[in-house]
Design a protein around this ligand. Structure first.
Ligand SMILES: Cc1ncc(COP(=O)(O)O)c(C=O)c1O
Length: 426
């Protein structure tokens, strides 16, 4: 594939088709959706999400817990509930959204390195299936909450296995120097396990570890299993949760390893370490279930050509709807939904509308030279950590979220209005 080729279909969701240059999502022109719902716009392919979750579930005899930090709204929680997966929540707010959608609390896994007493009490009262304990102080808090509620709380102990996944420093979590979990090497994990087992109000359900995000080298997971094996064999957990982190392709040339290859690697490592089917394996993918399901559609505004330097293409969103480029230096690609099969024969810099020079969505984006003010511009693979990390910086209203499938398009989160921007002010 040459450098100036049209956007690769491998970066688009399954429901996207391109006919005579126009991009369609489940048969509806992206331009028509932009016309109807305005820009910027998060366009999710709901059928793609269902297909990815089903593929993840069917890849192995593991339990899948969707890491809802990647993207959560009530409609998504309802889809996940319907598909029978577990859900990882990492705050009282995520828990509330899931519960208010009717998600089964027994299938919720509650995370957090600093759960407040109120969050702990809320989770216990609602019957959260698994608490992932992260510190000695939290074990005490949880024990008191469980006792007060008269409910024995099942618990996973979060272990930092000392494995450094090859990924961005900010999304690396399995190494020793981490704010998350109990260190395996120092003996803190063993001590925490002892505390949980000794508590009359906590039920030791198992062990949890998560080594990071955007992982492409699957042998990192084998190393994780190797590191945890002795502890697993010594304590016979009911559940071994090996976290999420499976890598996703954001730009051409990247390729997600996929759920099947992940499962093969994990189960080979489990077998190699003599960990058998009596331990229920759980995984917690977030990004890999939803990232590719969405694209963000923007409208091009000012195009500034700086002779001999670069061309800035400004869109009507930016770091407030996608902070990942600013936070992690993440790469994206772009295409024009109304010229989706055009050669992308110029390099431009796609920037947002925020008052920050750093508000760059794509530093070197390939786009057709036909591009002009008023065009629609889409960035694919924005379904994870986009809307969920969105802000109102510069008091820019958050875009609507639209779900599209064979039955049509529907608003699942409405776009914010200027009125919404002041609704919390007293
Ligand atoms: C504990 C835990 N589980 C699962 C995930 C999901 O990771 P990903 O979205 O990369 O699959 C994260 C992400 O930060 C996490 O912290």
């Amino acid at each position: 594939m040459g450098a100036t080729t049209p956007i690769s279909p491998t970066l688009l969701s399954r429901g996207v088709s391109i006919r005579e240059g126009r991009a369609y999502l489940h048969g509806i022109a992206v331009a028509d959706l932009a016309e109807e719902f305005g820009t910027p716009l998060f366009l999710y392919d709901a059928a793609h999400i269902r297909a990815e979750v089903t593929a993840a579930k069917e890849a192995a005899g593991w339990q899948v817990a969707y890491a809802s930090k990647a993207f959560l709204c009530r409609e998504l929680a309802r889809i996940m509930d319907e598909l029978g997966v577990h859900m990882d929540v990492a705050s009282g707010g995520e828990l509330h959204v899931a519960l208010s959608a009717g998600f089964d609390p027994g299938r919720i896994v509650l995370h957090g390195n600093n759960k407040s007493v109120a969050e702990i009490e809320y989770g216990v009262a609602k019957g959260v299936g698994l608490f992932v304990v992260d510190s000695v102080a939290e074990i005490g808090r949880l024990e008191r909450a469980a006792e007060a509620a008269g409910r024995r709380q099942p618990v996973l102990v979060r272990v930092t296995p000392g494995v450094e996944a090859h990924t961005h420093e900010y999304v690396m979590t399995g190494q020793e120097d981490s704010k998350f979990g109990f260190s395996l090497a120092s003996g803190a994990a063993e001590a925490a396990l002892g505390m949980v087992k000794a508590s009359p109000w906590l039920e030791f359900a198992g062990i949890h570890a998560h080594i990071g995000s955007q992982i492409f080298l699957l042998d990192s997971y084998a190393k994780e299993v190797d590191a945890l094996a002795a502890m697993v064999k010594a304590h016979s957990p009911r559940v071994l949760n090996l976290g999420g982190g499976l890598g996703v392709a954001y730009v051409s040339g990247e390729e997600s390893p996929g759920f099947d290859a992940w499962a093969v690697q994990l189960y080979a490592a489990l077998e190699h370490n003599g960990i058998g089917p009596d331990v229920q394996i759980m995984v917690e993918p977030g990004r890999s279930l939803v990232a590719q399901a969405a694209m963000t559609v923007y409208r091009v505004g000012t195009v500034k050509r700086l002779e001999g330097l670069r061309t800035y293409v400004s869109v009507d969103g930016g770091m407030s709807d996608n902070p990942r480029p600013v936070l992690y230096g993440s790469g994206y690609e772009a295409f024009l939904p109304e010229a989706a099969d055009a050669e992308r024969d110029q390099v431009v810099t796609v920037v947002g509308k925020h008052c920050e020079s750093g508000d760059v969505l794509i530093r070197d984006a390939l786009l057709p030279s036909s591009l002009e003010e008023g065009d629609l511009l889409a960035t694919p693979v924005t379904g994870a950590y986009g809307y969920s990390m969105a802000s109102n910086y510069n008091r820019v209203p958050r875009p609507p979220v639209i779900f599209v499938d064979e039955s049509g398009a529907r608003v699942v989160v409405r776009g914010e209005s200027f009125e919404d921007l002041v609704r919390l002010e007293v």
